[in-house]
Write a protein that binds this ligand. Sequence first.
Ligand SMILES: [Zn+2]
Length: 69
Amino acid sequence: MTILQEVEKLVVRLAPEPVCDACLTDTLGLSVLHHADHAVRELAGSNGFELSKDECSLCGETRMVIRRR
Ligand SMILES: [Zn+2]
């Protein structure tokens, strides 16, 4: 599975709760070198995925998060 697919699967599982890049990276056990943030940006705007500045459902920080409507 690619990083993009792993990120997509997790965001779908959490939907409609938003999640930030850092939590995606942690939850998927990725290193920063996997660039989960790039996957997030690739996902955004397709299939109902959207980026916004909001409270992450996992860490509670207000930052850029992705969710699926
Ligand atoms: Zn978070």
